[in-house]
Design a protein around this ligand. Structure first.
Ligand code: ADP
Length: 168
């Protein structure tokens, strides 16, 4: 797997799979989640609703991942994963790494060759950026894949890009 970091808007990424930093409720939200649903259109949300109906309590456990098609995005699929909320008292980094490992497992199962990730949990969920980048790279490297050849971290600003470049 080739890993690289670029600056950009993930909704425009030309890849097979875009990973969404969703929340357990799966029905959209702010940040990258809102941007992906706005750009992907109503089909993505409809598929999320259907997936949600099949989940215990209607919630996707943090650290797990599910796939929908990508609607109007250039990508073929969106893999939705719910990151952990940062805690200074509890080490939740295994859950954050799992978001990356599980998303890649799901993407690989679809036959994806290229996957774009945002900086999961580094926005509203408050994870310190430098460590979010370290956990992201570790989570990706822990994945065993057959099809995925490229993982692209698509970062929204220069600070995030610098953190991921340092982690790589
Ligand atoms: P979380 O709730 O997991 O913290 P957020 O969406 O709040 O997720 O933020 C995750 C990261 O995604 C932040 O670094 C934010 O700047 C970034 N982000 C927001 N919109 C986009 C986008 N369109 N493309 C790529 N990254 C984005």
């Amino acid at each position: 797997m080739l890993l690289r970091a670029v600056r950009g808007d993930i909704t425009r990424a030309d890849v097979d799979v875009v990973v969404n930093a969703a929340n357990p409720g799966l029905l959209g939200g702010g940040g990258v989640d809102g941007a992906i649903h706005a750009a992907g259109g109503p089909d993505v949300l409809a598929e999320c609703r259907a997936l949600k109906a099949g989940l215990p309590g209607g919630r996707l456990p943090r650290g797990q991942a599910v796939a929908t098609t990508a609607g109007r995005l250039p990508a073929r699929w969106v893999v939705h994963t719910a990151g952990p909320i940062w805690s200074a008292d509890e080490d939740r980094s295994a859950v954050l790494r799992s978001c990356y490992t599980e998303s890649l497992r799901v993407a690989d199962g679809l036959g994806a060759r290229s996957v774009a990730f945002p900086a999961i949990s580094a926005g509203v969920y408050g994870w310190p950026l430098e460590d979010a980048a370290v956990q992201a790279v570790a989570g990706v490297r822990a994945a065993a894949v057959q099809h995925v050849q490229e993982v692209r971290f698509v970062l929204f600003d220069d600070r995030a890009l610098a953190a991921f470049e340092a982690a790589l």
